[in-house]
Design a protein around this ligand. Sequence first.
Ligand SMILES: Nc1ncnc2c1ncn2[C@@H]1O[C@H](COP(=O)(O)OP(=O)(O)O)[C@@H](O)[C@H]1O
Ligand SMILES: [Mg+2]
Length: 226
Amino acid sequence: MNTLQVIDLVHTYNDNRSAVQVLKGVNAEFEPGKIYAIVGESGSGKTTLISLISALDRVQQGDIRYGDKSIKEIGETTFRLKYVNIVFQAFNLIKYMSARENVEVTLDFSGYGKDGKARAYELLEHVGIAREAANRLVQRLSGGEQQRVAIARAMAGNVPIVVADEPTGNLDEDTTEKVLQLFRELADAGKIVIIVTHSRKVAKEANATLLRMKNGLLLAAADDKH
Ligand SMILES: Nc1ncnc2c1ncn2[C@@H]1O[C@H](COP(=O)(O)OP(=O)(O)O)[C@@H](O)[C@H]1O
Ligand SMILES: [Mg+2]
């Protein structure tokens, strides 16, 4: 069972002459089959952390490991493409393609094989995108629908880690519930699921292990009160 390990991660942003250390030695271990919710004040470093975990930004100090390999040994590009799927608002959806094509591209890329088209429709139906909407250009879908297409893509990708930044940020309650259900399915399929959210309700409903970013550190937050 391969876990994702974050080890003594330190990250500093340099703006002109001032340097701000956002991560001050973050340690964590993420297990397959579980959902983790990272909460914390705005500006506490949540996006920075998951950008590093998804290899969108480069590790400065410390390490990120999957199984027995460092992200540096695996290679950042390989890691980003083959190990992790990122669910940001409509991040990395291809706007001039239909929803179905977006999902199919990911299936192709992960070596799914022949019936990619049928499987893409199936995955989209799974996230509540019916055939008509599936055939529409992604840019003609609502924010909530695009969000679900992004999740269908995460399900199509044959990768062990799924990372989401405020995935339910501007979704209504019904859609939020549906999306959380999908994250649960991803975890049940054995993936490591990490969600950044400011909503305790979301963390609770996802039955997630709660972690809090505070003062540059990531802390277990199971017992804190707000
Ligand atoms: N590219 C960047 N350059 C300089 N400062 C940044 C950059 N990205 C984020 N920051 C700063 O780092 C801190 C943490 O940001 P972020 O990780 O986005 O926090 P969160 O997602 O918890 O709101 C904030 O003070 C933010 O202004
Ligand atoms: Mg953020």
